[in-house]
Design a protein. Sequence first.
Lengths: 111, 290, 268
Amino acid sequence: MFKAKIITVLLFIGLAGLRGMRANQGPSLPAQQAAPAQEAWQKEFDEVCSKTQDAMTFSPEELAALIQRCDTLLPQIEKLDDTRKKVYMGRLRRCRGLYAYVLDSKRNEKK
Amino acid sequence: MLMCSIRKGMRRNERGLLLLVLACEVLLLGNVASAQIYLPAAPPEQPSDYGKVILDNSSAAGGPGAVVFDHWLHRSKFTCRLCHVDIGFAMQAKATGITADTNRRGFHCGACHDGRKSHDGKIIFASCSDAGKDERCARCHSLGKTGVRKYAYRSYTAKFPKGVYGVDWEAAEESGAIRPVDFLEGVSVKRTPLQSREDFSVTAHYSWVPDIGFSHKKHSVWNGCEVCHPDIFPTTKKGTIHYSMFLNIAGRYCGACHGKVAFPLNNCQRCHPSAPIWATRDRPTSARPE
Amino acid sequence: MNKTTFVVLALILTFCGHTAAQTGIKKKRPLPYEYGRVIINNYSEKTNLAPVVFEHWIHRAKFTCRVCHVDIGFAMKAGATDIRAADNARGYYCGACHNGKTLSEGKTVFESCSRNVAAKDAKTCERCHSLGKTVKTDYDFFSFSQPLPKERFGNGLDWEKSEELGLIKPVSFLAGVSIQRRSLSLQNDFTLNPTVAGMPGIIFSHKKHTVWNGCELCHPEIFVGVKRGTVKYTMVDNFQGKFCGACHNTVAFPLTDCQRCHSMPVQP
């Protein structure tokens, strides 16, 4: 019984701490507005395009693979409704464009 | 003759002739427009009228009336750069968008005329202040009114050295008669001054026109860089833009200042030092070798 | 072509000529509170609303450039994003924050293009569709800018210093929109040498730019060249809105502030 209480208190503190950290990240959505379950293509998009910060550290092969994943996402985004298609096409363009740019510059360096 | 032919209707060869005439007309006028046949007109008779800007944005009936801005008073106290770069005045009447509201908020005229800043030990009166009565408004909104201005040209410039036309402002600064201020606290931002660019000569477009001697140094003393670049003189390769006299007279390029506030364009030798003496419309009272 | 048209055309051609061009005169400089203003009118007037007036100064104080231009996906030219009311109502573009639910600095951000607004409540729309109208806003430029360090041109504010001093805290992550990323490994600063003799060299700070922009905002759309020195960034191009001028003409400190970039001593 006592153990259960300790665990509850610790969980509570942990969750409260996490909540505090998120507050520093700017506008927050109220609890009932939390992001709905992501679709598969969205998860893939987030995964691929979350690496743009590290683009300079990847090898040409890794960059080529990321570009390939962007290209695979393209037809899936094209099937979306008008609004999301417009938004995500733009974001994908910038994301893929960056990887292609860095790949180009790496290939150029080698010359 | 032209309108007659049109009204009567034309046969084929008459139309061809009309086309030819119109083409010649277009070519001739185009040539005149870009050629240096056009000579600058004389500036106003009274140097006190030179550099006068009438600001007539909201001259609706019942309003305070148009503003008369005299450059001679302000240029004796401040550099061109301070007003046209730091404060941000445009260089054409009504292009700045000055309103009583912007003045009250401390922009434009209100950058100095705020009732708090002082110059030469005197407080500068507030512009467009709510507290002002009609007499105060008339200090600036003085078009058509007499006896409302504080400073008169003649008495104010009595001790300044004179040139061919009105005050010789360069000589006035050299002699210490005027000390134009270049920094306004709370408005200007201190910067390491950019190195002055070199003086150079510009070969005129037409071979019979004497070369122009341009002094970057003299211009940047009062203007810095930003007054002219890039708006008035876009940073293109030398030789790509033809700064024709026609355009200068129309108020562009050199004519943005020279012809409105700085020495007028009809004094040819100031820029074309080897121009013949007869080229100057006003006889010079003193030789001015550059 | 009939005779009258021909004559009129010929006369116009004769007299038009030089007056058409716009160079050689000083342009009107936007006031500090006008700088960064974007007028958006893809569809507003067609639907009997005033064009939208977007002020950068209030948004850049709260968010980095990246959040809006990369994460949310706004283009960098007025009208190029093609924002529709439906997009906003669905929670994209402006609606990513302006949805009546998101909180910013403790206050709810008002909803944009709400489907629940009746035609008679047009006043609500005027909060953004305000060109030519006097609209009361929550934020006033003067009280906002008063405590911030001043600079010349543009908004008259030193935005970088404002952040350094903690007076503004632009956020770079928007929950539900931004992708969680690791922090950027900083790129090096480097010098650029002008081709015009006598102009001081430029120190370009990648660090300062990537803090607010990330990489994708500039590369490759604005800066295509992969090998340094292959693309010449002339001032003429910059003033036309290309390269540096994509931002430093309309939103970031304007190019007329020469010494901000040309800050090295002149090479002999």
